[in-house]
Write a protein that binds this ligand. Sequence first.
Ligand code: ZN
Length: 326
Amino acid sequence: VIHAIDVGYLGLERAALAFLIGPKRAPVLVECGTAACRAQLCAGLEAAGVTTSVRALFLTHVHLDHAGGAGHVAATGADVYVHPEGARHLVDPTKLAASSRRVHGDLYDRFYGDPLPIRAEQVHAVADGSIVERDGVRAMAIATPGHAKHHHAWLVRETSDDGRPTGPSFLFTGDVASMIVPGSRFLSVPTPPPDLDVDAWRASLERLERLVQSIQAGELPAWGTDVDLVLTHGGRRDDPLRHLRLARRRLDEEIAFFEAHLERSAGTEEILDRWSAWIRPLAIAEGVDLRSAARFLGPTFCRMNLEGIRRWRDRRSAEGGPAGRA
Ligand SMILES: [Zn+2]
């Protein structure tokens, strides 16, 4: 059983979640929200009946809405498991905090807050394909770069006291399967700087699709035949293949939109206006209300996405890739 905790990110309901798994006497978390979400996270753990400190924390990547509170969780003794490229940013979060402040501007102090450093002994860099077993949980790291180079999805299954796996498997997708705007069905695609890599992202989604197919076909008996996706922004999805294909389509749509405008050298303000005119009716048709649209699909979000895509194209053209030939 997994238990979703609303960490109150951006002051909105269910904008980001942390997930409690494993036995209550040895709680394990996947994701933890920002440092500013700390009180909501603690309240959520308490409401779920947890009375002891968290033993282990799995992070999909080190962006602050997923990992900003990790130092606070680690301060109570938890071990933290993360992609090798993310590990050093947990030990010394200075660069991470500065880059987040740049991207989020005024919102940083209110909704993010400074992460605490974590002692190196508590930070465990987990390589692609490695399995971590502890406290009633088996977790396999699936490197899924694209949204960020330090991104893992975690395939997780609970284990009984004798170590046997039990129940369905859960595939925690962080941001690789994008995010559902709270209260709606709309899939919003975050393409932030600095290391967005769209080609890697597409390959990661295909990799997850093949993984889900293999599990469903019974080819990976240790993981059963039943797997749900779990989105940090959106929660549990019991239609994994359908969702992964939708995520792939939405990624392609967003990239095509920005690339078309960048190729004809449109200015930033024009792109922001046109993006908003394009995305808002789509989002509203999928149930997004105006308040969520303002926060989730407003100019700050669009600017972040544009900047991510611009830098990815610049890097590609410096390397002589397709954008360079265009
Ligand atoms: Zn996120």
